[in-house]
Design a protein around this ligand. Structure first.
Ligand SMILES: [Fe+2]
Length: 389
């Protein structure tokens, strides 16, 4: 426990019904007119009406950009920033899942530029390349998965590949997390996003730079997801407590990435999604998670064993290795229960595409490979992909 860590969290309002506080919050941040950034589904939902009503009550004008695309292509961020300028907005409010919030976070910076067309935001990929804070931003998640409302990195699609921007300027000014907004999230989205959050938590809990902040947040996120994802998936609209717990778990799971860093879990998921474009982010994380845990567990058998306990398994009398394996099996069973595909062949991936995925992993996700708790060669990565095929 010798590793240092920094804590960056936005101002946060969490709880059932707190979406009604967005107007007051926007006023506090100096908003005159806010751009509501969202996707086509949320645009027609009661959720967006609640946001608009709260803003209107606070006397803040708004415009809506509802053309956010999945996986956050860079061109789509440019379109959002142009909409903010065209409508004279001085605040960005992201209402939606991971792609929406990531789009809104990047667009808040770009919208602050006079000449958007001459600003190449692909230059901001990597760490600490985003040049300024931009417009104030509030994030309102409608799924429980990404944790983007409480973290600084965003993921974009650049020239067909997943890439990240990491900057303190991308931390939202406020996160307004209302679990009631996730009640109608369909089972498939609940499963995918929940397994994404679990992957964040496992990566942060077992990372190579452990610290107490990461253990506290990621450990609690694993426990909450293990105890609540099934109920949220099975009948989420009725299980308000499960939704509440999942909203909190996903919010805290990703935050320690700042100090621990993501590793092979997201590296392989991004590589897989770059080959299999139809996969969701959560599916690709979940597909690879157990195989990566099996590979990584020798780096810290004790820590992997504690995952079994956090998942509610009885590990009495088991050896350290058996405990670690019990944790992996508990996670496999959870992913089966929530209907996630288990094999790459089942999602239509050809065996020969594994080489392409490994190439992408080492060319574009090399930072995440380096941050893995166990050294991973191309041959190791090939074996891991093959074991899931
Ligand atoms: Fe993720």
């Amino acid at each position: 426990m010798l590793h240092s860590f920094s804590i960056r969290v936005p101002n946060t309002i969490f709880g059932n019904g707190v979406v009604s506080e967005v107007g007051k919050t926007a006023k506090e941040l100096g908003a005159r007119k806010a751009l509501l950034v969202t996707g086509a589904v949320i645009a027609k939902s009661e959720t967006l009406n609640k946001v608009k009503k709260s803003l209107e009550e606070a006397g803040i004008a708004h415009a809506v950009f509802s053309e956010v695309e999945p996986n956050n292509p860079i061109e789509n961020i440019v379109a959002t920033a142009k909409a903010a300028q065209a409508n004279g907005c001085n605040m960005i409010i992201g209402v939606g899942g991971g792609s929406t919030m990531d789009n809104a976070k990047a667009a808040s910076v770009l919208a602050d530029y006079k000449n958007i067309d001459k600003t190449d935001i692909s230059q901001w990929l990597g760490t600490d390349k985003v040049p300024r804070r931009g417009l104030p931003k509030i994030m309102i998640p409608t799924t429980s998965g990404t944790g983007s409302e409480w973290t600084m990195p965003i993921v974009v699609m650049n020239e067909g590949r997943k890439a990240a921007m990491r900057s303190a300027y991308l931390v939202p000014d406020y996160a307004i997390v209302d679990p009631l907004l996730t009640l109608d999230c369909p089972p498939k989205v609940t499963a995918d996003t929940g397994m994404d959050a679990l992957t964040h938590a496992i990566e942060e809990y077992t990372g190579y730079r452990p610290n107490l902040w990461a253990d506290m947040l990621a450990g609690e996120a694993i426990r909450l997801i293990g105890a609540n994802l099934r109920a949220a998936y099975a009948k989420g609209a009725e299980n308000v407590e499960a939704r509440y717990n999942m909203s909190f778990a996903s919010m805290i799971a990703c935050n320690p990435m700042l100090s621990v860093g993501a590793n092979l879990g997201h590296g392989m998921a991004h590589a897989l999604q770059s080959v299999m474009h139809n996969l969701t982010h959560g599916e690709s994380c979940s597909l690879m998670l157990c195989a990566i845990m099996s590979f990584n567990m020798i780096a810290n058998l004790d820590k992997f064993g504690r995952i079994a306990m956090l998942m509610g398994e009885n590990v009495e009398g088991l050896s350290a290795r058996e405990k670690a394996e019990a944790g992996i099996e508990a996670i496999r069973q959870l992913s089966i229960d929530v209907g996630i595909p288990q094999r790459l062949r089942d999602i239509g991936m050809k065996k020969e595409d594994i080489k392409k995925a490994v190439d992408i992993l080492f060319e574009y996700q090399d930072r995440l490979v380096e941050q893995n708790p166990r050294h991973c060669t191309r041959a190791d990565a090939t074996k891991i992909f093959e074991s899931v095929w």
